[in-house]
Ligand binder design. Structure first.
Ligand SMILES: CC(C)(COP(=O)(O)OP(=O)(O)OC[C@H]1O[C@@H](n2cnc3c(N)ncnc32)[C@H](O)[C@@H]1OP(=O)(O)O)[C@@H](O)C(=O)NCCC(=O)NCCS
Length: 142
């Protein structure tokens, strides 16, 4: 797999936003303002490609000196269960660590709590709704 880090305005962002539309909006039902929000201006975006095809994306946003928020993780349905999501999380953690990060947080969709636990994250607090979808905050020390 090829891992490309990009910022808003870069060419690779087209694939990132296309993937978000397909998975986060069309499949899950998030709004367009969730697909592209204010944090995207400052975020570092990860695009994973396999044989030139976009297979996963995610972003990281710095929220404190040593803390990064991971999110917008998505892979097209036919690409799931092949380790794409896990590889994106690991790449992002590596990037955060290199940028001085000591902690990664995630506003996880509640049905993905198991996935993030598997990746070493712990749940913090109660389940809450974001755009009508249950979420839970999770964190991991790097
Ligand atoms: C989240 C997502 C990217 C996961 O990616 P994926 O490529 O299918 O996951 P992986 O194949 O990397 O799975 C990694 C491991 O987590 C496990 N796992 C995946 N989903 C899980 C879940 N809901 N509960 C528990 N374990 C889970 C897998 O079994 C796998 O275990 P293994 O390492 O022992 O084989 C994918 O499900 C997706 O795009 N979903 C729709 C968008 C979404 O919900 N995004 C999350 C927003 S918070």
């Amino acid at each position: 797999m090829e891992f490309i880090w990009c910022r808003r305005g870069d060419e690779a962002m087209e694939d990132v936003l296309k993937l978000r539309r397909q998975v986060l909006c069309d499949e899950i039902g998030f709004s367009d303002s969730y697909r592209l929000d204010d944090d995207d201006k400052d975020a570092l975006h990860l695009l994973c490609r396999q044989d030139g095809q976009a297979v996963c994306t995610a972003r990281i946003v710095r929220t404190a000196e040593d803390t990064w928020l991971f999110g917008r993780l998505c892979a097209p349905a036919r690409q799931r269960g092949k380790g794409r999501g896990a590889a994106a999380v690991r790449r992002a953690e590596e990037k955060c660590r290199r940028l001085g990060g000591k902690k990664v947080t995630v506003k996880a969709k509640y049905d993905k709590e198991g996935f993030y636990s598997h990746m070493g994250f712990s749940s913090v607090g109660e389940v809450y709704l974001q755009e009508g979808i249950p979420h839970i905050d999770m964190e991991k020390c790097l």
